[in-house]
Design a protein around this ligand. Sequence first.
Ligand SMILES: Cc1cc2nc3c(=O)[nH]c(=O)nc-3n(C[C@H](O)[C@H](O)[C@H](O)COP(=O)(O)OP(=O)(O)OC[C@H]3O[C@@H](n4cnc5c(N)ncnc54)[C@H](O)[C@@H]3O)c2cc1C
Length: 347
Amino acid sequence: MAATTLAGSCLTGLQVRKSVTGPRSRTIPRVVARAADAHRLNQAFSETPFDGFKFSPITEHQVSRAMTRRYFKDLDEYAEADVIIVGAGSAGLSCAYELSKHPDIKVALIEQGVAPGGGAWLGGQLFSAMVVRKPAHNLLDELNVPYEDEGDYVVIKHASLFTSTILSKVLQAPNIKLFNATAVEDLIVREDAMRGKYVGGAVTNWTLVSLNHDTQMCMDPNVLESKVMVSSTGHDGPMGASGVKRLQKLGMVNTGIPGMAALDMNTAEDAVVNNTREVVPGMVICGMEVAELDGCPRMGPTFGAMFMSGQKAAHCALNSLRRQDALQQDLAAKQSSSGAAPEPVAA
Ligand SMILES: Cc1cc2nc3c(=O)[nH]c(=O)nc-3n(C[C@H](O)[C@H](O)[C@H](O)COP(=O)(O)OP(=O)(O)OC[C@H]3O[C@@H](n4cnc5c(N)ncnc54)[C@H](O)[C@@H]3O)c2cc1C
């Protein structure tokens, strides 16, 4: 049957040697391509638009300098960031996206993994779809992420569609720099009369170094100062909830860290969003890290709370920046009326 079709179309010109009789006495031509014909056809159907491709010339040092010059410029620029976000999971990325609407604010997004996105590449267990309860779908509308509307909730066909879309927006924002494969190992903590103890930045290292402190000689970390840190390091795990765990060791949060409570979707998401806050001066917590600190129920594979907690954290950070500015201005005004030179309040 196939030979009949082919003989009448693209194999025109091939030698039809003989016909055979099929089971119901139908005549089927048997086509045998000669080597020369096969060669001609191979040539005709092997061309691509990329044949004979040639790149523009480059030298190896140009490649090296193109990367390193930019990276070290970024390190120099972000050594004093307005906001440091620790953890680029769904909460941290939602926070970064919200802050991208404020291009005057310099944001360093630090992620220990090579691949940003945290736990938001899948919907739950190993399933693809991501469930988002309303009104968190408003963020999806802003990002133009398509979904199926199921009434009180929406479903994105693959969690990765959300994560790749928000990631691309965040990476395009001129005021945000992602430092991935970089772990926050500790906090900068300072104290002054106006704010008491406050978080003033992050102590960082390459993640591969952080993972090998036991096997190497001591390797000192790097530091980035911030006016506000947003900790979105997820729930407990080898490095998860690291922000609040460090605050507890430093005695800066009174409670222990109970860890997330048993699952109850209906109360969990509201609790995480409502408890997203500046937990100590200079440090906001969001996402599943909130559930770790406050013992909120876990919510399972519903992601609305992660989006909205991250968005709220951005506004807590903006409020903290405004408060610090106002304090600074008050102090400067008092000092100028008393004739003393103004001194900086904080970071
Ligand atoms: C055992 C388990 C239980 C889960 N239970 C729930 C649940 O009940 N509810 C729920 O919503 N989801 C749950 N999840 C899924 C998923 O983790 C979360 O839904 C969601 O991804 C949390 O968002 P997040 O942004 O708070 O944290 P994550 O997506 O975990 O993102 C945190 C990011 O911070 C980075 N990070 C952590 N520490 C550091 C550091 N020191 N320096 C730099 N980067 C750092 C991590 O690499 C990660 O990319 C669970 C996952 C697991 C494995």
